[in-house]
Write a protein of this length. Structure first.
Length: 368
């Protein structure tokens, strides 16, 4: 049985990796829970509620239950963005121009935040969960006070000389404690970095084009921060994933191999930042090592061995496998590894496709 009807455009693990949210074309947000945590979540978040808890199929294989713990209904159009806050609060956003706030213990929405245009992306403030950031196709980034249900601050991106509209396609926060910054990606391939002050104002810090000013721009589909680092991972519709060091304004590495020309596919890190994972328009899941082992190697040709040096700023050495029968719209690792006493890193990753299927996998790798 399919998890959703139609394409799944976005998935998001809650902190800790015990809960996963998914959404897409069918306008529903579905919550999936680890089988080992099912009874705990029923007892804590459904006890005394009027709605009956779903029945867990004990014969299910895999780590996650095959039935959703919650189904949030109310969105009027496809959902494009999700983000978890603390204590299992969840934001959803999409083409109905509304951001909605949910909680795992509630069957319906808690609050709604209307916008003038489609909202493809949303992110909770990392230090103050009362605030969240929304990116809208009207070119404005808004910092909302969720309790007051009003915009605390906003920033309109500057238009270029040859453009009329700036379309915001993704936002995210710098997760480091020492400072709070917001990253904003656009349809024309630009990253804008905003400082978020103690008074919750949005102040311009810097901006840059991911492909350089002379090349044709492509839509940025996601921005993910590398764990415990100032580097960010940028996925875009030129079939590239780029690792940027924001502090030094420098491209660290470019990862190649996948096809991502028109989709909202997103690259992301394993829990330790050593592996990058991504979906693909040709039904594959791709993996790259973040740090490549740079060596001279032999490549046999008809004229004899040819030696060449791997470039540090480009990585087209990947592993892939065909995980679905349609384009892989999402692929991501759980935010924490599972406990393992055999000396391996044991981690769950999940994939989804454009036909509504979700699959969970277990990955074992050497920690070094």
């Amino acid at each position: 049985e399919k998890a959703h009807t139609g394409a799944i455009w976005v998935m998001k693990f809650a902190p800790g990796g015990k809960v996963l949210a998914s959404a897409g074309d069918d306008k529903n947000v579905k919550i999936w829970v680890l089988k080992s945590q099912w009874n705990h979540f029923v007892e804590k978040y459904m006890k005394g509620k009027t709605d009956e808890p779903p029945v867990l199929n004990e014969e299910d294989d895999g780590y996650f239950a095959s039935v959703p713990f919650r189904v949030f209904e109310g969105s009027q159009a496809p959902i494009l963005g999700l983000d978890w806050g603390g204590q299992y609060f969840l934001l959803s956003a999409g083409t109905d121009r509304v951001v909605r706030l949910w909680h795992i213990a509630r069957g319906g929405q808690i609050a709604s935040y209307p916008h003038p245009d489609t909202v493809p992306t949303v992110a909770f403030h990392p230090l103050n969960p009362r605030y969240f950031l929304s990116g809208c196709l009207d070119g404005k980034v808004r910092l909302w006070n969720s309790n007051a249900r009003k915009v605390s601050s906003h920033h309109r991106l500057e238009q270029r000389n040859d453009q009329q509209d700036i379309l915001i396609t993704t936002v995210n926060f710098d997760k480091r404690v020492k400072l709070v910054r917001a990253y904003v990606g656009t349809y024309d391939g630009r990253i804008t970095v905003l400082d978020v002050s103690m008074t919750n104002s949005l102040d311009y810090y810097t901006s840059f084009d991911i492909r350089g000013a002379r090349k044709t721009a492509r839509k940025i589909t996601s921005i993910e921060q590398r764990p415990n680092s100032s580097s960010i991972l940028i996925t875009s519709n030129d079939s590239r994933i780029r690792l940027f060091d924001v502090e030094n304004s420098q491209l660290t590495c470019k990862y190649k191999g996948l096809q991502n020309q028109t989709s909202q596919i997103k690259g992301s890190f394993s829990h330790d930042g050593k592996i990058i994972i991504s979906g693909d328009e040709k039904n594959f899941v791709y993996f790259w090592e973040t740090e490549t082992h740079y060596k001279l190697f032999n490549h046999t040709t008809g004229k004899g061995p040819l030696k060449r040096q791997l470039r540090r700023d480009k990585n087209d050495c990947y592993y892939r496998f065909r995980s679905h029968e349609s384009r892989v719209t999402n692929a991501m690792f759980a935010p924490e590894a599972l406990s393992d006493n055999e000396g391996f890193v044991k981690e769950i990753f999940v994939t989804s496709d454009s036909k509504g299927n979700i699959k969970f996998f277990l990955n074992l790798r050497n920690p070094s």
